[in-house]
Design a protein around this ligand. Structure first.
Ligand code: SAM
Length: 281
């Protein structure tokens, strides 16, 4: 018996619905419902939220989210084979689970959600990073979501929370930390999944800030950071030459030594540089 609801154990669900894991869909399933409930708890108080779950698969995390009291879950899954298993969960939680069979990169989930919204997912890593970047770069801030609780390959998780001076520090850290508080809340070994992936994983929890941590024009900040880290070993006066002809003046105005390299520069300094290049109204 499973411990969190009256539905069958996940191994049985997978067998009944013949959900053999497909590599092409990045399918590494979590089968321990205590673990999925633990991940769901990291997502915060769900009782007054709609939760958007991407890639529910056989529904381990979905069941965790519902058992932890989510008001409603909207789950978007690409693999049609998972629909009957997810329908059983809908029946066990009447009116609380809506499932869309589609690609999360294409589906307009927002149309199906009522705020406040939290997002939780154990996704293939490439899709996860793409969605994270989209969720962090909407046209308007604050975004439609309050928090993101996402599983990543450990190295990617480390890049999201990295601080200046570390090898992992770069565009992803700056993008995430400009508009959110980000922390690693759980580390998972390969054996936590079936089949086990080759890499270790970690869950990152990001909470949206009401406004960006430091003022800056989003497009200018993004251009500066991209140029700086495209040539991360070069001094900024060289790597940022293409951004503005008098880049040294802007670096000095922002309090950054022109001989500094990208990985030494803090988020606050990058924002000051973006403001020097494009003053805010
Ligand atoms: N959440 C389940 C769990 O924890 O056991 C499954 C996790 S598995 C790593 C990733 C899931 O994402 C699979 O069910 C896969 O079919 C689904 N998936 C892959 N690409 C997707 C996409 N573009 N949109 C929606 N779901 C996707």
């Amino acid at each position: 018996m499973s411990t969190i609801d009256n539905l069958p154990p996940l191994r049985e669900v997978i067998e009944t619905h013949q959900l053999s894991a497909r590599k092409s869909l990045g399918q590494n399933f979590l089968l321990d419902l205590n673990l999925t409930a633990k991940i769901a708890r990291q997502a915060g108080d769900l009782s007054e939220c709609d939760v958007l779950e991407i890639g529910p698969g056989p529904g381990g995390l979905t069941r965790g989210l519902l058992a932890e009291g989510a008001r409603r879950v909207l789950a978007v899954e690409k693999d049609a084979r998972c629909m009957p298993a997810l329908a059983e969960i809908s029946t066990a939680y009447p009116g609380q689970l809506e499932v869309i069979n589609g690609d999360a990169l294409e589906v307009d989930a927002l149309a199906h959600l009522t705020p406040p919204v939290r997002i939780a997912a154990n996704l293939p890593y490439n899709v996860g990073t793409e969605l994270l970047v989209r969720w962090l770069t909407p046209k308007e801030w604050p975004p439609f979501w309050q928090s993101l609780t996402l599983m990543f390959q450990r190295e990617v998780a480390e890049r999201i929370v990295a601080q200046p001076g570390s090898k992992a520090y770069g565009r992803l850290a700056l993008l995430a930390q400009w508009r959110a508080d980000a922390r690693i809340v759980l580390a998972l070994p390969p054996e936590a999944f079936s089949p086990p992936p080759k890499v270790h994983s970690a869950v990152v929890h990001l909470t949206a800030l009401a406004e960006p941590r430091y003022p800056a024009d989003a497009a200018t900040l993004s251009r500066v950071i991209a140029a700086a880290f495209n040539q991360r070993r070069k001094m900024l006066r060289a790597s940022l030459k293409s951004v503005a002809p008098n880049i040294e003046d802007h670096l000095i105005a922002a309090g950054i030594k022109p001989t500094e390299r990208a990985e030494q520069v803090s988020l606050e300094e990058f924002c000051a540089l973006a403001r020097s290049l494009k003053p805010l109204e």
